[in-house]
Design a protein around this ligand. Sequence first.
Ligand code: SAH
Length: 227
Amino acid sequence: MRPCTGCVLNRVMMVGNDVKELMAERERLVEQLRCNGIANERVLEAILETPRHEFVPSALRREAYLDAPLPIGRAQMISQPWVVARMTELLLEPSPRRVLEVGTGSGYQAAVLARLVDEVFSVERIASLAQGAKAVFRRLGLKNIRCIHADGCSGWESEAPFEAIMVTAGAKKVPKALYPQLAEGGRLVMPVGHVIQYLLISDFSDGAQSDYSTEAVRFVPLLSGVE
Ligand code: SAH
């Protein structure tokens, strides 16, 4: 049975209102991030332009603009927006153009990065997550992200070097294969630690490696192999 014009109009209005509400929530989230110390306006703009609700399971759409991590299936999480913003801010300082992300997960972090750099290469070890993220990238027309299903502990050798590398899963140390894939003067950001991790910034901008740690964070573990 064809829906009547009234029903169709009603549905269009509901969808329109939904989109408006989600946008208002996204604006509130950005204000909250600003109040909580995220200062880079380009990063805030990228968060404003990235529909996080597209990257969470549909049952959690309403929660998408809370500043909280959310489950995305397979015991994995989409990171808290503040952490995404902070890691992006840290990564952007030397203005990288080609970036490697290890741990695609939902694809949200990659989508934020895609608005700020020329090319994002993202690696995910769980096949269904890699496929899901790729479908969202296609739907949103994000053409400058390439995503593969592989073990990101080995980086993405055929596309190296990268001007910046971001690892979005936690481990006791940086996987050995990653540093050689960093371009000269590049920077790597990764949560490193035992139970609680700290954001480690490995910076090569002065020719030598200088490491420093910032905020305490909690990420799912970086695992080897693929599923
Ligand atoms: N950046 C993600 C957050 C992902 S949670 C987002 O924006 O949603 C961490 C992700 O890292 C999980 O999806 C997990 O499967 C993946 N992961 C863990 N170890 C990995 C590895 N060795 N290679 C690639 N992905 C890995």
